[in-house]
Write a protein that binds this ligand. Structure first.
Ligand code: B12
Ligand code: SF4
Length: 478
């Protein structure tokens, strides 16, 4: 039993840097895109007179010579080791340390020795309960989110704690949690175990959150923005006339179904992250990606491009049906079908997923170093490729897709000049600008640079719209 706390709390919420931040693959722009929404969501449950600060180590320096009452750390797989070091440090200084997030939920027994309390699953129900317990002097060791999950009546997230100027897309938001599908390689089923794994905000709450965001551009970070057949049309209906431009993610089948995608386009959807994952039916069936099975991928890109929506295709390499030819086939397909930006991943069996269990059971895991679980490193034994060929092919695919002639080839796949120009400038403009961004971000000049990007991109939208940033999803969700 700890003492009862009757005064305002000093709370530090930390998103520790990913180990990647010290590697040659470090791309400052990728990590300066989105603010830590999860932590800002948790901060909303604090009392108004508590003193809270959010520190995102990707965009600011973390000092550790303080001793807050409560330290809240969000743990992803590739920042896990750093999170644990910070947690140990703050505990040694006498702070109460709470760890939560995806990786803690997957491996609670690994995280527990570094924490005073751990949290499994989403925090909307457990964190307010913990705060009550903490103030009463009886915090529990473990909080597990199970029944009663809802986004109704959740307080507005604490955007006042986010340093907007440090991010290219401060207007990112999530209006749903989870996804209705069950792919074997996805974090989703493990994270939401024990309760609902797909649920939405109320439409009026989502519209109110949108209304609170300045400017025009929005980025929905939801796993599947088109996933709920009642919520999504109502959201898009409500957004019509709000004069917004937005980006989001959805599945192949939801883009083909009914006229939801037209409604999204009407509401301002300009680019979308689509999980194609593989061109092989055996791979799709083998990973329980049933919503993609038998779907006409060409119809997806045609439909999107017909609506002026740019496609960011997500593709996974290294599934059991993949051989040496998979890289060329995939890149050719993407170019021939006008995929604007592509996100390639090396298949990665995240702990907690069915894929991980299958790999572990078959003795195919070759690394237990979580820093390597970054979707760029081979951490398992592929079935029809050597690990070296998989890595080589993955690197080649990125290089090949973003070569100037490739960008031109993909752009030319569109029927009209307007579309061709739009595609070319979007993909090429971004590639050209990335080194520049990487220079100005450390100089904290993002705010100055944003209008430059906005101006460059707005020119190619072919619409008489005020400039608005349209951020390449290849860096966003990949
Ligand atoms: C935005 C994003 C990014 C941004 C992160 C920026 C940022 N500031 O957060 C960037 C672009 C940098 C990024 C990079 C990568 N990402 Co990412 N990303 C996302 C995305 C789309 C949204 C995250 C988000 O804001 N969610 C919304 C908030 C509200 O939810 P939340 O963050 O989970 O927080 C809640 C809970 O987790 C919990 N919680 C979290 N921490 C704590 C702590 C305590 C104490 C408590 C009580 C509760 C708690 O409470 C919050 C409220 O419920 C997710 C997908 C998703 N839908 O979550 C993928 C996702 C997190 N990314 C993923 C991956 C694989 C990557 C990359 C490895 C990919 C790559 N090849 O580059 C890299 C490396 C990142 C890494 N951490 O390892 C995977 C993670 C898999 C895993 N098991 O860790 C996800 C789930 C995508 C997927 N479907 O596979 N990503
Ligand atoms: S559709 Fe995407 S978010 Fe949904 S379970 Fe599959 S991989 Fe995960």
């Amino acid at each position: 039993m700890s003492p009862r706390v009757n005064r305002p709390l000093r709370v530090k919420l930390i998103l520790p840097a990913l180990t990647e931040a010290t590697s040659p693959h470090w791309r400052p722009v990728k990590y300066s895109l989105f603010p830590p929404l999860g932590l800002a969501t948790l901060a909303a449950y604090l009392d108004p007179d508590d003193r809270a600060v959010i520190v995102d180590e990707h965009v600011e320096k973390l000092t550790t010579d303080d001793c807050p009452d409560l330290v809240i750390i969000q743990v992803y797989i590739t920042n896990a080791y750093r999170s644990y070091r910070l947690a140990d440090h703050y505990r040694a200084r006498g702070a109460f340390v709470a760890l939560g997030g995806l990786h803690v939920t997957s491996l609670p027994e690994e995280a527990a020795p570094h924490a005073d309390a751990i949290f499994l699953g989403p925090g909307e129900q457990t964190f307010p309960q913990f705060l009550e317990d903490f103030r009463a002097g009886r915090p529990q060791k473990i909080y597990r989110s199970t029944s009663g999950r809802t986004l109704e009546r959740v307080p507005p997230i604490r955007r006042d704690l986010i340093r907007r100027a440090s991010y290219l897309v401060p207007n990112s938001l999530v209006v749903t949690r989870g996804c209705p599908q069950h792919c074997d390689f996805c974090y989703k089923d493990a994270f939401f175990e024990g309760g609902k794994s797909f649920y939405t905000q109320r439409v009026d709450d989502a519209l109110a959150e949108i209304d609170r965001l300045p400017g025009r551009h929005l980025y929905f970070l939801d796993d599947h923005l088109l996933g709920d057949r009642r919520f999504a049309p109502a959201l898009f209906e409500g957004m019509r006339g709000m004069n917004r431009l937005f980006q989001g993610a959805a599945t192949v089948d939801s883009i083909l179904r009914g006229n939801l995608i037209e409604q999204a386009a009407e509401a301002g959807l300009r680019s979308i992250f689509v999980g194609f994952e593989s061109l092989s039916s055996a791979n799709l069936a083998g990973s329980n990606k049933v919503q993609n099975l038998g779907r006409d991928y060409k119809a997806v890109t045609d439909r999107l491009h017909g609506l002026g929506i740019m496609t960011n295709g997500s593709f996974v390499f290294g599934m059991d049906d993949d051989d040496e030819g998979v890289f060329r086939r995939t890149v050719d397909w993407a170019m021939d079908h006008g995929v604007t930006t592509a996100t390639f991943h090396i298949q990665t069996p995240y702990p907690g997923t069915r894929l991980y269990q299958q790999m572990a059971k078959a003795g195919r895991l070759t690394s237990g170093n979580w820093d390597e679980y970054d979707t760029r490193t081979v951490v398992f034994r592929p079935a029809r490729l050597t690990p070296e060929a998989l890595k080589r092919g993955y690197d080649w695919a990125y290089r090949e897709f973003y070569r100037w002639p490739s960008i031109a080839r993909a752009a030319l796949s569109h029927g009209t000049l307007k579309h061709q120009a739009k595609h070319f400038f979007y993909a090429a403009g971004w590639k050209k600008f990335e080194p520049l961004w990487d220079m100005v971000i450390p100089a904290r000049q993002l705010r100055i640079m944003t209008p430059v990007l906005e101006a460059v991109l707005s020119k190619v939208t072919g619409r008489r719209e005020r400039p608005a940033a349209v951020v390449p999803q290849t860096v966003a969700q990949g």
